[in-house]
Write a protein that binds this ligand. Sequence first.
Ligand code: NAD
Length: 367
Amino acid sequence: MKKILLIEGDGIGPEVVGETKKIIDFFNKNSDKKFTTESALLGGIAFDKTGTPFPQETLKLASEADATLLGAVGGPKWESLEYKFRPERGLLGIRKELNLFANLRPAKVFNALANSSTLKREIVEDLDIMIVRELTGDLYFGEPRYVKTLDDGSKQGVNTMTYNSKEVERIARVSFDLAKIRNKKLCSVDKANVIETTEMWREVVSDIGAKEYPDINLSHMYVDNASMQLVRNPKQFDVIVTGNMFGDILSDTASMLTGSLGMLPSASLGEKQNNGKQHALYEPVHGSAPDIAGKNIANPLATILSFSMMLRYSFNYIDEANKLDQAVENVLNNGVRTADIALSGQKFVSCTEMSDKVIEELKKLFN
Ligand code: NAD
């Protein structure tokens, strides 16, 4: 029995998490894999109810859970709050407290939606790549960091790019392990020609590859070239691993190859502990979409696909994950669309109808 923590959050969060709960219930009824669920508050709603966007109770429940599924946080209602009370502090807080250092961002193009991409169909058709972004180091957390006024009255801003070899080793291992269960190809992205920190990154990744993963085809690429290659010929990649800042940019570029924000899942993983437990947070890439909240028109597929990642990466329930991915693909092949992925003039279904359609397809696959 796996324990899942559900965090709905704000905006469309309750809708998309609610629809995914229906999928979890389906597995409970129709498969030999069983889940219990609990709920917790995070973000704006947590602030409204408890005075903080990241209640201690949420951290406790997330620490105890086998995995956490989050909708999204934020919205205009909380934008003018003091920084520490803003919903985003809850999100950053949970990632930090659970030490989620590995961010997995798949960019998979469902062929039924290939025309939604801004790139030509032949460039993106069948695309299925995984970007692994280091999430707890680099310029985003390095010290010193400040902006100060100099004697001549001008200002100076300083941020520090820093990694130690242990941090590089652990993200490299996550990425090599992913390459192992995919197409055995890993590309590490750096700027080793100019930035010493990333030169060390390249050496460490190469060492781990040679010593521990000789069967994985490892390549290295400078980040400027990687950004070009992602839009020129993205299918040359399988797994890409990179640091926090380069990963922030490249993962957004890669996700837009698919052309649809409502379809993009993600996972953030922590370190494997001695008892075998590994903290993990699964969430759609999109935000809380306040403009469409409460209208039952959000696309729940990014959250449903995030649950599929949970099945695959936290629980190793590969067959169930494959079936769920297949059910989503079948629904799209059947022409079912929510408003965000419908072509102009095309009929579209509601958020609830979309998950019902996924469940209909799952039923066929489980029979
Ligand atoms: P957004 O992703 O919420 O929305 C961007 C656009 O995409 C909107 O037009 C929205 O309607 C649409 N959209 C997003 N998800 C959709 C879905 N599932 N189905 C259909 N349409 C969808 O980004 P934003 O508007 O920049 O941010 C809104 C709020 O979300 C802000 O408060 C922001 O801080 C927050 N945010 C949270 C997260 C997170 O929780 N991880 C991530 C990004 C933004």
